[in-house]
Design a protein around this ligand. Structure first.
Ligand code: ADP
Ligand code: MG
Length: 412
């Protein structure tokens, strides 16, 4: 098992998730379309690839399209078409249906890279034709002699982009309605769609007023690893990568993180290994874990990982709700909890400047809990995710004014 800190993992580098793989695999074999959600860095893309790898061994075709960068339905169709490129029976059937240019692509498909293929298909799509070509693409998958699993990763980010445009909500509704009608028209069995993303699709369709557009999907939420699994994964990484660890090292890593997000387990391991290497050692002790946590995980080199949490939140929320989410995180970090009375203060303070402050506070909280930033506890909301808490605390400690002082309750 290699240490990995960036890309998704599969095969020998993929650890555990056996129960999740079993449940998802059964749903897919039964022909059920899936909605895979979970906080960022939890391993959604990895589990999708691992599922694909295992299904390929059983004779399935695995297609993976990442639509994070897509800004129109045409881009999404082109991304899926790109994914089909290696499966000539499917890709040439798609091209064949696209007029003269398509037939030219079909005849030269072996000389064209997947990327070029996607660009050419994209050039043949516009606002008036993507539906028709998209349907043909799905039909080409359905007509294939092997069952097909099609993963569309980061779909909610694409929808967010779409919504932010002129007439965006209408376009998002149209796209989701179209995708649902395509699913319904497919004979049960293939292609099976797995839609995934770290921004919740369910709150998004609820806001658009069209929850029925995804209610045929089997909802699967990917959670963190247990303490046991984190410790085992860390120990496996240490063993396979030649790092000796004192008793208690793996346990201290888990406790410092507070929650078993696979990416952070991997990242902590990689930093500890580098730390030992720089000191000319091949063994680490519990005190080293604490030092690396402070100087690396929370230090300059850990920033990009942590800033990612802020960036994703900004991507998922509108400006005012994002600002409210930051207020909640600052309060929960600096005060140890975001209490019911702090919530009333925040709602009161924001009610003066924005409409529906209460609704936005609820929405921000829903996303913060859904995406694993905060959990509910007896005091209200707090962090189980210690790394994130320590980072937010370090940022706000010196200038956070508690909500109760900023927006005091005049009746009290
Ligand atoms: N099952 C796993 N075994 C080992 N490492 C994993 C596993 N799942 C995720 N990771 C680690 O987490 C990182 C993020 O995984 P990824 O699949 O990209 O998450 P997501 O798609 O949820 O953001 C990977 O680069 C890898 O280091
Ligand atoms: Mg991913």
């Amino acid at each position: 098992m290699k240490s990995s800190t960036g890309r998704w993992v599969s095969g020998d580098n993929f650890f555990d998730r056996e129960t999740e793989l079993k449940v998802l695999g059964r749903q897919i074999r039964d022909g059920n379309h899936i909605l895979l959600t979970g906080p960022r860095r939890m391993g959604k893309t990895s589990i999708a690839h691992e599922l694909g790898r295992r299904l390929e061994a059983e004779g399935w075709v695995f297609l993976f399209a990442d639509v994070e960068g897509a800004s129109s339905p045409e881009d999404v169709i082109a991304a899926i078409a790109t994914a089909t490129h290696p499966v000539r029976a499917i890709s040439s059937r798609i091209a064949d249906k696209m007029g003269r240019m398509g037939r030219f692509i079909k005849e030269n498909i072996d000389e064209i890279s997947a990327h070029e293929f996607g660009l050419k298909i994209r050039a043949g799509l516009d606002a008036g034709t993507w539906r028709r070509h998209g349907e043909r693409l799905f039909e080409a998958c359905a007509a294939h002699n092997k069952p097909v699993l099609l993963v569309i990763d980061e779909l909610p980010i694409f929808l967010k982009h779409l919504i932010s445009e002129d007439q965006g909500e209408k376009k998002a509704v149209e796209f989701l309605s179209w995708l649902r009608s395509v699913r319904q028209s497919l004979a049960k069995g293939s292609p099976v769609l797995l839609l995934s993303g770290s921004i919740g699709l369910t709150p998004l369709v609820a806001r658009l007023g069209i929850p029925d557009r995804i209610n045929d999907l089997y909802d699967f939420r990917l959670g963190p690893w247990s303490r046991e699994t984190c410790i085992q994964c860390f120990e496996r990484l240490a063993e396979h990568n030649g790092l000796l660890t004192d008793d208690g090292v793996a346990k201290t890593v888990y406790e410092a993180l507070g929650i078993g997000i696979p990416h952070h387990v991997q990242s902590f391991f990689a930093r500890l290994r580098d730390f030992a290497m720089m000191k000319g050692r091949d063994q680490v002790a519990v005190a080293d874990v604490r030092e690396v946590y402070r100087t690396e995980m929370l230090g300059p080199s850990g920033q990009s990982d942590l800033l990612h949490y802020e960036k994703r939140l900004k991507q998922g929320l509108d400006d005012e709700t994002f600002q409210i989410a930051m207020e909640i995180l600052a309060e929960a970090a600096a005060q140890g909890a975001f209490t019911a009375s702090a919530r009333r203060c925040l709602e009161r303070g924001y009610a003066r400047i924005i409409p529906d402050a209460r609704g936005r506070v609820s929405e921000a909280l829903e996303v913060l809990v859904h995406d694993g930033y905060l959990t509910t506890n007896s005091d209200g909301y707090g962090f189980d995710f210690h790394l994130l808490k320590d980072w937010w605390t370090a940022r706000f400690r010196d200038h956070h004014i508690p909500l109760a002082s900023r927006f005091p309750d005049k009746d009290q």
